[in-house]
Design a protein around this ligand. Sequence first.
Ligand code: ASC
Length: 129
Amino acid sequence: QFQKAEDAIHYRQSAFTLIANHFGRVAAMAQGKAPFDAKIAAENIAIVSTLSKLPLTAFGPGTDKGGSTKAKPEAWSDAAGFKAAADKYVAAVDKLDAAGKSGDFGQIKAAVGETGGACKGCHDKFKAK
Ligand code: ASC
């Protein structure tokens, strides 16, 4: 799938950049920093949902070093912990996806909170500052 570790690292970083951008637009609405628009929220959530699992395919063996990775060695040495954190994030994005389809502000706000928490939970353990 990837020729070099650096390719996998660049791939996952690119996916996270896009996810953060589109999630950030929805988070801004949830936090009252941008006006809530159910259609725009749904469009951005759909993008997040589509992209959400892509970076997880690019943390294979041997991709712990290289490029400008900020992933900590623990993402590989504590593979079970990393998988649990990833599963939490995927489950949160599934809820966010359902919330986006509902168009309900309260549901979106709650799911944004849970998703942001899952992002942070993984970063705290597995991403260097
Ligand atoms: C974001 C983003 C993250 C998470 C995290 C949540 O919008 O880019 O990495 O939310 O900050 O605490």
